[in-house]
Structures are given as C-alpha cells and as structure tokens.
Design a protein around this ligand. Structure first.
Ligand SMILES: *[C@@H]1O[C@H](CO)[C@@H](O)[C@H](O)[C@H]1NC(C)=O
Ligand SMILES: *[C@@H]1O[C@H](CO)[C@@H](O)[C@H](O)[C@H]1NC(C)=O
Ligand SMILES: *[C@@H]1O[C@H](CO)[C@@H](O)[C@H](O)[C@H]1NC(C)=O
Ligand SMILES: *[C@@H]1O[C@H](CO)[C@@H](O)[C@H](O)[C@H]1NC(C)=O
Ligand SMILES: *[C@@H]1O[C@H](CO)[C@@H](O)[C@H](O)[C@H]1NC(C)=O
Ligand SMILES: *[C@@H]1O[C@H](CO)[C@@H](O)[C@H](O)[C@H]1NC(C)=O
Ligand SMILES: *[C@@H]1O[C@H](CO)[C@@H](O)[C@H](O)[C@H]1NC(C)=O
Ligand SMILES: *[C@@H]1O[C@H](CO)[C@@H](O)[C@H](O)[C@H]1NC(C)=O
Ligand SMILES: *[C@@H]1O[C@H](CO)[C@@H](O)[C@H](O)[C@H]1NC(C)=O
Length: 437
C-alpha cells in the first residue's frame, strides 16, 4: 500500500528564510525551518549557505537538481512522493542531521553525494529506478553514542548497502528490493525491529557484530542468516523463508527480556513457511519467555538443535512431519501453558517416556498426535482419554501462532513508536510488517 499524498507535505510550501548570518566571505549560515526548492535557480540561491539550520525539501517539479555549496543540513533532506526528479547531485553535502527521506521519486535514477558522511536516519522507499545509494564513502551517524531512528530501504532497485555504517539503530527494515542479494551491515545494536523480506532470492543477511535486537524477522527470500554475535532478542524471533535450508543462531541465549511473569510482551520463537528448511541450530538458547512455535514441512524430519533449551515459559506448539523431536534439557512449563504436538510419525509414548518428562514437575498436559498425556506431579505418567483434537481445535491452535505474532508486532510497534517516532516522520506505511506467505 503506498501512501500517495501524505498530508504533512503541505508543510513543504511554507518556505521562509528568517535570517542569514555572514560567517566568511562566501559561506553563510542560513536559518529557516524549511526550504523547499522547485528549480535549479532556487538551489543556486542557496549555494552560499554552507549550513542550513532547518530542512531542505525538493519540490515535485524539479527534474535535475544540483545542490552546490551546502555542506550541512541540520534538519531533514526530503524528496516527496510523486516528485519528478531524475538526478540529484550534492557534491559538497557532508552532513544531514535529521532524516534523509526519499519517498516515491519513481523516476529517480541517479543520486550522487560523494562527501556525505553523517546522516541522522535513512529512509528510502518507492524508488524503483534507483540502483545505488550514491554515497561516495561510508555514511554513519554522528558518533558512536548516537542511536539512529531508522534505516528503511523498501521497494527500490538498490543493489548494495555497503556504505552504511550505523552502529546503533532503532529500526532496520529492508524489504522488497529485488536487486539486493547481500545485506551486510556493521550494526551492533538494534533496539527495535529488524526485518528483512522479499529482496533478491536467497538474500544473505550478515550482521557480524549485532549483539542484541528488539525483534528479528527473517522473511521470504532470505537464504542465509549470519548473526554470530547475537546473544539476546528482547521480543520475538520470527523465521519464514522459502529459501532457507539451514538456520543457525550460534550465540543466542535468551529470547525475551526478563524471567518475570508481569512482563506481558510476547517473546517467542516462531518458525513457519520455510519449506526447504531441514536443519536448525540454537546451541546456546536456554530461555524463551513466551512460546516455541514450529510449523515444519514434509522435508524436515528431525527437530533438534536445542541442546540446552531449558525454559519455554508458555506454549510449545509443534506441527509437521517430524519423525523425532529432541528437547533434551526442557523443564516443565507453566501450569497454564500448552504443549501440543502434531506430527504423525512421532512416537508419542517414547517421547513422553524420556527423562525430560519423567523427571520434570509437569503441570501441563501434553497433547501428542491427538492423545492427551497427563504428567501431573505425584502421578506416574499416565495417558488421558483419547482426546483427538477436532479440526476446530487444531485450527485454533494454529491460528494462535499467527495471532501471537500479530500481538507481538503490535506491542513492539506501539512501544517503539511511542519512544522513537515522536521526533521523526509520521510512520507512513500504514501496515505492520506481516509474516509473508
Ligand atoms: C555557523 O555554523 C557553524 C557550524 O556549522 C558554527 O560553527 C558557527 O558558529 C555558525 N556561525 C554563526 C554566525 O552562526
Ligand atoms: C536531466 O538530465 C538528463 C541527463 O543528464 C538529461 O538527459 C535531461 O535532459 C535533463 N532534464 C532536464 C529537464 O534538465
Ligand atoms: C517518469 O518518466 C516518464 C517517462 O519516462 C513520464 O511519463 C512520467 O510522467 C515520469 N513520472 C514522474 C513522476 O515524473
Ligand atoms: C544495546 O542496547 C541495549 C538496550 O538499549 C543496551 O542495554 C546495551 O548495552 C546495548 N549494547 C551495546 C553494545 O551498545
Ligand atoms: C562479539 O561480542 C563481544 C562482546 O559481547 C565482542 O567482544 C566481540 O568482539 C564480538 N565479536 C564480533 C565478531 O563482533
Ligand atoms: C523451496 O522449496 C520449494 C518447494 O516448496 C521449491 O519450489 C523451491 O524451488 C525451493 N526454493 C529454494 C530456493 O530452494
Ligand atoms: C504450516 O505449514 C503448512 C505447509 O507445510 C501450511 O499448509 C500451513 O498453512 C502452515 N500453517 C501455519 C499456521 O502457518
Ligand atoms: C502441519 O504440518 C503438515 C506437514 O508439514 C502440513 O501438511 C499441515 O498443513 C500442517 N497443519 C497445520 C494445521 O498447519
Ligand atoms: C490434564 O488432563 C487430565 C486428564 O485428562 C485432566 O483431569 C486435567 O485437568 C488436565 N490438566 C490441565 C492442566 O489441563
């Protein structure tokens, strides 16, 4: 869904220069909330402004824009939806304090900002002809302490993000860029959403320094995930990609923030819609605050890769064609949680007879292929009535998978919007990232 005419661009027409201060023979500091330029001659008039204290917005009618002289834009640099612009050059521009927001310049093919080094946030969207970022060198944020609000690259022809060197950021969304095969970013910390989907088929996602993230979603067309240093995810990890064959999170210890029941956020591990995935590995994962939900495929036979997973505080829902399910260190769940397995080839009696279940203090009933196993303490393992789940019940549980993801997303978004977006642009993509089909 594209927002064709965002209301806030009305502001673009309120152009005022409130003061100009002379600082040297050629360079001025130009003060204005917002400059909107509609022609090259408007731009040429600003060429004595070394520093713009406010924002710069290209009007919709300018086709080729050369921004000479301006080195610093303290506010935002924007190209609004529907702009006719084809080429933008800014040879001197080194610093954009606010967001660089290029939105819906459908004919923009050439961007060249060889001096650019610092940008507060980057949002490039609906730029179907733009193949390169046009940065001549590495672009990052002001300093190591600064947390950028967003890096969003959505629906562009961009082929590489290699010049972006942000380290701390709230939101990273890289979606629907068909030419992008490699996403390799030096980010250490993503406090909010990190979502990738529908880029080049088999996209390699590599964030070798990433230590923590708010929410991780690897969606359709992601073929490789390399997050070797990721140890902690605050809310959920959601995986669904037809291109993934194996998946490894070598250092992930914890999904969910704290082991306290008052935290009502969802923090789950969800794996679904990955028809080629046959091997997963979470060698250090010990704790999942909410649910473990896995919907496998015909190809995926052994569900293993959780050698130290001890706690899944709420539900475990496993559906698929697994012949074996191995959760060797799992301890009893909460009284209110659900443990549901639907995988016809699993030998339920053998599974329930394993030490995990025999030795644990299980309050949760386990439903395995329609049979209910009552593992209440002080009782030997006992098989309950042959409670085969109705289609409706199965549907309900499976729908729960989706609902849980939705809830998690809403929570994440509400939280991060409240925190982050008050001082930036309105969130102008109305839909939340969905789990891709
Ligand atoms: C102009 O801006 C520069 C930094 O961009 C600043 O150091 C300088 O003090 C400003 N000069 C005036 C007169 O405002
Ligand atoms: C814009 O630049 C392109 C390429 O240099 C040129 O072909 C085109 O005529 C220019 N258009 C305008 C309106 O200046
Ligand atoms: C983009 O260019 C095409 C011709 O190549 C033109 O028909 C169309 O109006 C242009 N769109 C904009 C928004 O300038
Ligand atoms: C990453 O962010 C979290 C949460 O804001 C913070 O606790 C942690 O210290 C940060 N880590 C680094 C390496 O900046
Ligand atoms: C991984 O994180 C640790 C700190 O938690 C750091 O010392 C180490 O250098 C990081 N490794 C990489 C490859 O970033
Ligand atoms: C993944 O599996 C599907 C069948 O479900 C197949 O059509 C497709 O080619 C596979 N994709 C890759 C990238 O292996
Ligand atoms: C689980 O995967 C199967 C295909 O293997 C699919 O038909 C079904 O819709 C999936 N269920 C959910 C809830 O994603
Ligand atoms: C469970 O998994 C099997 C095999 O992958 C699939 O065919 C079926 O549609 C799934 N059931 C649900 C309810 O998602
Ligand atoms: C577990 O199953 C038994 C027998 O089917 C039933 O009496 C008991 O209430 C169930 N416990 C829970 C927590 O669902």
């Amino acid at each position: 869904m594209r927002l064709k005419q965002p209301k806030f661009y009305v502001l673009s027409f309120l152009t005022t220069i409130t003061s100009i201060t002379r600082v040297s023979s050629q360079t001025f500091n130009c003060t204005a909330e917002l400059q909107t330029v509609n022609s090259q001659s408007d731009l040429d008039e600003l060429s004595n402004c070394g520093t713009l204290s406010g924002s710069l917005s290209l009007g919709r009618d300018i086709v080729n824009a050369t921004i000479n002289g301006i080195q610093t834009i303290r506010g935002a640099f924007r190209i609004p939806y529907g702009a006719k612009v084809q080429r933008v050059e800014a040879p001197d521009l080194a610093f954009i304090g606010g967001i660089m927001h290029l939105n819906g310049a459908l004919n923009l093919t050439f961007l060249n900002m060889p001096s650019l080094a610092n940008v507060g946030s980057i949002r490039f969207e609906d730029l179907p002809r733009l193949r390169t970022l046009g940065f001549g060198s590495q672009v990052g944020s002001l300093n190591d302490e600064f947390t950028s609000i967003q890096l969003v690259v959505w629906d562009t022809a961009i082929e590489s993000l290699k010049d972006i060197i942000y380290q701390k950021i709230e939101t990273v969304q890289i979606n629907e860029n068909p030419n992008l095969m490699d996403i390799n970013l030096p980010i250490k910390n993503i406090t909010g959403v990190f979502a990738v989907r529908e880029n080049g088929e088999g996209t390699k996602v590599s964030l070798p320094y990433l230590e923590s993230a708010g929410y991780v979603s690897m969606g359709a067309a992601v073929g490789e995930v390399n997050l070797p240093n990721l140890t902690w995810v605050e809310t959920s990890v959601v995986i669904s990609s037809r291109s993934l064959k194996t998946l490894e999170f070598p250092n992930l210890v914890n999904i969910g923030k704290e082991r306290v029941s008052t935290n009502t956020r969802q923090a789950s591990l969800e794996i679904s819609r990955s028809p080629n995935l046959t091997e997963i590995s979470f060698p250090k994962l010990e704790y999942i605050m909410s649910d473990l939900r896995i919907n496998g495929s015909e190809k995926w036979a052994h569900l293993k890769g959780f050698p130290v997973l001890e706690t899944v505080a709420r539900d475990i829902v496993i559906n698929g064609s697994f012949t074996d399910i191995d959760l060797p260190k799992l301890r009893a769940g909460d009284r209110a949680s659900t443990f549901w397995i639907n995988s016809p080839e699993v030998d339920c009696t053998d599974l329930i007879g394993r030490p995990t279940f025999k030795d644990g203090d299980w309050w949760t009933n386990i439903t395995c292929n329609g049979r209910a196993f009552d593992l209440s303490p002080n009782d030997p393992v006992r098989e309950g009535g042959e409670k085969s789940l109705s289609g409706g019940a199965i549907g309900g549980i499976v729908v729960g998978v989706i609902a849980a993801i939705g809830v998690a997303l809403v929570v994440v978004f509400v939280c991060f919007r409240r925190k982050g977006y008050t001082h930036s642009l309105p969130w102008n993509r109305s839909e939340l990232p969905k789990i891709p089909g």
